[in-house]
Each structure stands twice: as C-alpha cells, then as structure tokens.
Design a protein around this ligand. Structure first.
Ligand SMILES: [Zn+2]
Length: 140
C-alpha cells in the first residue's frame, strides 16, 4: 500500500486527550507544573472541567487515592440520593465506563506486577503572571 509522504495531517498534540505515561513521568510532569508540594498538584475533570488539587480533596475530607481518579463532585455529594448535594464538580470517574483519558503505568512493587490505572489529565500550570506577584520592576 502506498503511503503519501506529504499529505499527513496528524497534529502533534493530543487529538482525543488520551495519553499513556508511566507513574514516574506523571510525577515529573506534575512537579514541573505545580512544584514539589503535591498538595498543589491538580487534575481537571474531563466531563465538567472542574480543576481540583490534592488540597481541595483533603479539605473535602477525601482520601488521596481519589485525586485524579474521581471528580471532586463525587466527594462533595454528587452521588447523594435522592438529591445530589455537591456544589462543584460532577460524578465522573476515570475508572468509569469512559476511562481515562490518561493511562498511567505503575511499576511493579510489593510483589505485585506492573499495572495500569486510568486518571484525569493534569490541570494546566498556574499562570505565573497572575499568581506570582512581582516586585514592581518591569521585565526586560
Ligand atoms: Zn466533573
């Protein structure tokens, strides 16, 4: 079969949001975006767009293993019957019917083999121009 060499239209960036990476790569990327303090690490819910940090989940009383796995709405009452009580987020989970969109490979540990888990994408890094007050000196 012939493969045209200059008609490829594939973009470099993610087209479906899917990514496959190792736990080490995920942690390196999170550190690069948010710094060493993991409480500032944030994931964005692919369903509702809510961005929640480890700190947000901690404040809501959730265990850390929910971060990046579930929308914070689940912790805040999105599943409460008969009326949901959450004030933000939704009931989405990375391990639900529509998984991911990120697939993370965890290393073998404690006698268990390497395994994969799904998670939400990391949030965009905080905007330094907005979040870090400068000391008034004009740049450049
Ligand atoms: Zn959500």
């Amino acid at each position: 079969m012939a493969v045209p060499d200059d008609t490829q239209t594939q973009a470099d960036g993610p087209t479906s949001g899917f990514r496959s990476l190792t736990q080490a790569e995920l942690m390196a990327e999170a550190t690069a975006r948010f710094g060493q303090d993991y409480l500032a690490w944030a994931f964005t819910c692919p369903a509702c767009g809510d961005t929640a940090t480890f700190q947000d989940f901690k404040d809501a009383g959730a265990t850390a293993d929910r971060v990046g796995q579930e929308c914070i709405g689940r912790t805040l009452g999105a599943l409460t019957k008969p009326e949901p009580t959450h004030t933000r987020g939704c009931d989405w989970a990375a391990y639900g019917l529509f998984r991911g969109p990120w697939k993370v490979t965890l290393p073998a540990a404690d006698g268990k083999p390497e395994r994969e888990m799904w998670c939400f994408p990391l949030a965009d890094p905080p905007d330094p121009a907005r979040d870090v007050p400068r000391d008034g000196s004009p740049s450049r």
